[in-house]
Design a protein around this ligand. Structure first.
Ligand SMILES: *[C@@H]1O[C@H](CO)[C@@H](O)[C@H](O)[C@H]1NC(C)=O
Length: 523
C-alpha cells in the first residue's frame, strides 16, 4: 500500500520543472502557438525560459523569463514577396511551395537564433540547467542540440499535422501516394496518377536539397558552434545524427478528428486547439455592440496576421467594398489601415480579437486565408469558411474543408470580388455548410481531455520518464538502408552472382572435359 502511494506520488506530485522553450520564427501565428505553451506550462507551476520574436502578452512574471529575439529576427522575412498579397495576387505561387526558400529560411533562422548575443550568453552560462527543451520545428533540426547540451529530453512543437517532415525525425516518412502534404496543394484520395507522382517528386526534391546542401551547412555550424559549449561543460560533442533523431516527442498542432491522417508513432501527440483560450475573452464594448445589432447576422473577413488586407491592390479593395455594400448582412473586415467610402454595413477593424468574434452567436461564416490557426479556430467554434488560400499549408487546409462540406474555396486573383460574390451567395443560401461545420466541431470537442492539459501531461511525462524511450518507434532506431533491407538485398545479389558464376564455371568445365574425352576417344 505504502509502495503504491509512493509510486503514485512520484508520478503525480507536483514538481516544478525548468523548461527552455523556443519559438524563433518571426511569424505571428507561430508565436501565438508558443505563447500557448508558456501559458499552460506556467499554470501547471513550471519555470519557463522563452525565446521568441514577439514578447508575450498578459503573462505573469513569476517563474517566467523572456529572451527577446526581436532585434535580430524581426526583419528576416518581413520584406519577402511571399508575404505580400499584392505581389501574390499578380504572381500566383506555383503548385508546390518553394522548397529551397523554406529550407534556407529554416537554417538562417536557426543560425540567427544561436548567434543572438542574449542566446549566446544563456548557452555559455554553465550554471544554467534545464529539465526539458521544447523547440518549434521548422525545416531545421539544429535546435535539437540543446537537448544534448543540457542532457535532458527534447520535444518538437510542430505547427502542423503529422507531416513526413516531422515524422521522419521520430519514425519514418509517410507514403507519398496517400499522405497529405503542405508542400503541394492537392489532397488525397488522388484519382489520377499525376498528383501522386508530383507529390513523390516534391518529397524527393526536398531530400535532395536537404542532403546535398543544407544539412552540410547545419553540420558545419553545429560543430563550430557547439563544440566549445560542450567542452565548457566537460563533454564531448555527440554526432549530429545522434542528436537530431533523439527527440522524445512531437507535439503537433492538429486535432485527432481532422481526418486524412497517416498512422503516427506513440510519441507523436495531436494537441491542436491548445492555443485557444476558453472561454474566449469578452469583446470590447464597441465591437460587441456592432455584432449584437447585426440583425441578419455578420460575416467576418480576415487574411490573418502575417498577410495583410492592406496589401490587396486598390481596385480589388474597391470591388470588395462594392459587393460587401450590396449585402444585407453586416461585414467585419480586419483591415490594417484607414479606408475611405466604407458602406454602412461594413465595419473596419485594424485589430480583431478573432476567437471572441468567432464565438459570437450572430456569425454566419468566416472569409479567411485558411492559415493553421484560423482553420483550427473555425473548427473550434463551428464556423463555416470561404477560403482564399495564399501560400504554404493554406491550400490543403481549405481543400480539406471543401472535401468535408464545411468550406468553399476561392482563388486569389484580380477577379476576387466577382468570385467571392458567387461564393458568398452560395453560402448565404445553403445551410448545409453551417450544419457540417457544427458536426466537425462536435468531433473536435469530443476528446477525453482538453488539449492544453494534454500538452502539460506529455511534457511532464517526458521529464518524469527521462525522455520517454518506451514511446519511441523502433523505426527511429535504425538507418534507412536497414529499414529497406538494402544490406540483405546486396548480400542476396552477391550470393546469387557467386552461384551463377560457379554454375557457369562448372558447366564450362564439364563441357570442356567431355570434349576432351570425346576427342581422346576419336583419336
Ligand atoms: C538523447 O535524449 C536523452 C533524453 O531523452 C538525453 O538524456 C540525451 O542527452 C540525448 N542525447 C543526445 C545525443 O542528444
Amino acid at each position: 500500500m505504502f509502495k503504491t502511494t509512493l509510486l503514485l506520488c512520484s508520478l503525480s506530485c507536483l514538481e516544478a520543472y525548468k523548461i527552455l522553450l523556443l519559438a524563433p520564427l518571426p511569424v505571428r501565428s507561430l508565436n501565438i502557438l508558443g505563447e500557448g505553451y508558456v501559458r499552460h506550462l506556467l499554470n501547471a507551476g513550471h519555470e519557463v525560459t522563452y525565446m521568441s520574436v514577439y514578447p508575450p502578452k498578459n503573462i505573469p512574471e513569476k517563474n517566467f523569463r523572456h529572451i527577446d529575439l526581436g532585434s535580430t529576427h524581426m526583419d528576416l522575412i518581413s520584406q519577402d514577396d511571399i508575404l505580400n498579397i499584392g505581389h501574390l495576387i499578380r504572381h500566383p505561387p506555383a503548385e508546390h511551395a518553394d522548397i529551397e526558400y523554406l529550407q534556407k529560411l529554416g537554417f538562417i533562422t536557426a543560425y540567427t537564433t544561436f548567434e543572438n548575443e542574449k542566446v549566446k550568453k544563456l548557452l555559455q552560462d554553465t550554471s544554467e540547467q534545464f529539465d526539458v527543451v521544447i523547440s518549434e520545428l521548422f525545416e531545421s533540426e539544429l535546435y535539437a542540440a540543446l537537448g544534448a547540451l543540457y542532457e535532458c529530453p527534447f520535444i518538437w512543437g510542430y505547427s502542423m499535422g503529422p507531416h513526413w517532415l516531422a515524422l521522419r525525425l521520430v519514425d519514418e516518412t509517410t507514403n507519398a501516394a496517400y499522405a497529405i502534404d503542405y508542400l503541394t496543394h492537392n489532397i488525397p484520395p488522388f484519382r489520377t496518377w499525376a498528383p501522386r507522382l508530383f507529390k513523390f517528386w516534391t518529397q524527393i526534391k526536398w531530400f535532395f536539397i536537404k542532403m546535398t546542401k543544407v544539412i552540410r551547412q547545419e553540420r558545419t555550424f553545429y560543430k563550430q558552434y557547439f563544440e566549445p559549449l560542450f567542452a565548457k561543460r566537460n563533454k564531448r560533442l555527440p554526432e549530429y545524427e545522434d542528436v537530431i533523431y533523439n527527440a522524445s516527442m512531437v507535439l503537433s498542432n492538429e486535432f485527432p478528428g481532422n481526418g486524412l491522417m497517416p498512422s503516427v508513432p506513440q510519441n507523436f501527440k495531436l494537441i491542436g486547439g491548445y492555443h485557444i483560450e476558453t472561454p474566449p475573452k469578452p469583446l470590447p464594448q464597441e465591437i460587441r455592440t456592432i455584432l449584437d445589432n447585426a440583425k441578419h447576422g455578420f460575416i467576418y473577413f480576415s487574411m490573418g496576421s502575417t498577410w495583410k488586407s492592406k496589401d490587396i491592390p486598390k481596385e480589388v479593395t474597391q470591388g470588395l467594398l462594392e459587393i460587401f455594400g450590396a449585402l444585407k448582412e453586416t461585414v467585419i473586415w480586419k483591415y490594417e489601415e484607414d479606408l475611405q467610402n466604407v458602406p454602412k454595413n461594413v465595419h473596419i477593424l485594424k485589430w480583431a480579437p478573432q476567437t471572441s468574434i468567432l464565438a459570437h452567436p450572430n456569425i454566419l461564416f468566416f472569409i479567411t486565408h485558411g492559415g493553421l490557426l484560423s482553420s483550427i479556430e473555425s473548427v473550434h467554434f463551428g464556423v463555416p469558411v470561404i477560403g482564399v488560400p495564399i501560400y504554404f499549408d493554406q491550400f490543403i487546409n481549405i481543400n480539406r474543408g471543401v472535401q468535408r462540406g464545411s468550406a468553399l474555396g476561392v482563388d486569389l486573383s484580380m477577379n476576387l470580388p466577382k468570385d467571392l460574390k458567387v461564393a458568398i451567395d452560395k453560402m448565404v443560401k445553403d445551410k448545409t455548410f453551417k450544419k457540417r461545420a457544427k458536426e466537425i466541431s462536435s468531433i473536435y470537442h469530443d476528446r477525453p481531455v482538453l488539449p492544453g492539459a494534454e500538452l502539460v501531461h506529455w511534457v511532464e511525462h517526458a521529464v518524469r520518464t527521462r525522455g520517454a524511450p518506451h514511446l519511441r518507434s523502433p523505426a527511429s532506431l535504425m538507418p534507412w538502408w536497414e529499414k529497406m533491407f538494402l544490406d540483405i538485398i546486396v548480400i542476396i545479389i552477391i550470393v546469387i552472382m557467386f552461384i551463377v558464376y560457379f554454375v557457369k564455371k562448372t558447366i564450362k568445365h564439364v563441357f570442356e572435359s567431355q570434349k576432351f574425352v570425346s576427342k581422346k576417344k576419336r583419336n
